[in-house]
Design a protein around this ligand. Structure first.
Ligand SMILES: CC(C)(COP(=O)(O)OP(=O)(O)OC[C@H]1O[C@@H](n2cnc3c(N)ncnc32)[C@H](O)[C@@H]1OP(=O)(O)O)[C@@H](O)C(=O)NCCC(=O)NCCS
Length: 136
């Protein structure tokens, strides 16, 4: 069974293996745990059988007007079972009273996010690749 939680309580770096697929210099599990703890809102999907995190979503928000959904990932072997949808649904529930909820994504993901009432807008971004493993 997959359960969902909004805190990192009881989660260790050892429960956070296998994420950031395709990243050239991915954050370590320790850094991943830190970014989860520092995010304003998170939802974790946990496999009850192993206690491991199998999916997560993070958001940064001023809790007045706006929020930015920064990361969403489900481990490859757990994809296409509705976990990403449930993570997004639980996060949107949390952010529903805000005026703006933004994120950046690839064109192929557009239908996925449109199902949550989102619409495509022009986004601007910069990626400082030497910082991809995270600030120490
Ligand atoms: C995007 C992601 C989180 C979706 O998680 P998931 O648990 O597989 O999603 P769901 O099972 O809820 O998928 C629901 C629907 O979304 C769509 N979808 C899911 N993943 C998709 C993908 N990679 N590309 C296009 N559509 C996708 C499909 O229509 C899917 O329905 P289907 O399985 O009946 O075809 C997951 O594929 C992932 O971690 N990808 C790598 C990281 C990433 O791209 N994150 C998003 C950055 S903005």
């Amino acid at each position: 069974m997959i359960r969902y939680t909004r805190t990192t309580e009881g989660i260790t770096a050892g429960n956070l293996r296998g994420f950031f697929v395709g990243w050239l210099n991915p954050p370590s599990p320790e850094t991943h745990l830190r970014l989860l703890a520092e995010s304003d809102e998170i939802v974790l999907a946990i496999d009850d059988q192993t206690g491991n995190v199998v999916g997560f979503i993070t958001a940064l928000t001023d809790r007045v007007l706006s929020a930015y959904i920064s990361l969403l990932e489900v481990l490859p072997s757990y994809q296409r079972r509705g976990i990403g949808t449930q993570l997004m649904r639980l996060m949107m529930e949390r952010l529903e009273r805000l005026y703006m909820v933004d994120l950046c994504t690839e064109e192929e993901m557009r239908p996925f996010y449109e199902r949550f009432g989102m619409e495509a807008m022009v986004g601007m971004a910069i990626r400082n690749h030497v910082r991809q493993p995270g600030m120490s």
